[in-house]
Design a protein around this ligand. Sequence first.
Ligand code: HEM
Length: 224
Amino acid sequence: MSEHPHHHSMPKATGFHLKLKEGTQSLHDQAESGNFQVRMVNGELARVEFGAFLGQMKHIHATLDPAMQSAAARDQRVAQIFEESHLRHDRIEQDLADLSHEELAAPLPAAAHYIGYINERIEADPVSIIGALYVKEGATNGNKFIAKKLRETMELEEGKAMGYLDPHGKDQRRCWTAFKEKLNELELTEQEEDRCLEVARETFLMVMEVSKQMPEAKPVTSQS
Ligand code: HEM
């Protein structure tokens, strides 16, 4: 098989992946156009704002990472798709150190709400955590661009502070393709798939709500 460098066409989504993609498409459109996300894409975030956002994600992953590990230990389907590279907490910690972002704010209401939600789901229905994994892995596609932009505007050295946004580096494409294939190999009932989709949707809403609740750093020149 030839590997053409300009081959951009993707195989059409199918199966469980298609269900997750279609079921969250409108949320993705909304998430992408949110003020905080637009400023991220444009590289307009101040270091302190990026640090504050990562701080919220650190709270999230302090719950989500062990939740995924425990789900993988309890459910074979989760074990089939979950990998160590999906964990984000320690990467975030390193990013915050790279940014010299020392003070960690308490979880915003939207983060606290989601943490409670994940704790409840993980007890009741470990397999549904796959929905959160889907959003976290899918988001690395757009986050890779954001990382590139922020790296420039924040004048960060290569390899600094982007462990959360760009966890897979040059393996991004391969990881995402493999992840989608694994999704479609999972033996889930329709009801289980629906509950994964529900968790995926809640995960999108969490990222959007946390972004909205982020206090915006005021430029010093702004008029009041
Ligand atoms: C901030 C601006 C964003 C941009 C520019 C962006 C861009 C993209 C792009 C280009 C893809 C397609 C990747 C591919 O299949 O080749 C993608 C997929 C995805 N993004 Fe985003 N994204 C953004 C925000 C987000 C946010 C905030 C989330 C969730 C928290 C998210 C979650 C996802 C997911 C789950 C997918 C996979 C969709 C699928 O199943 O094909 N994205 N994004």
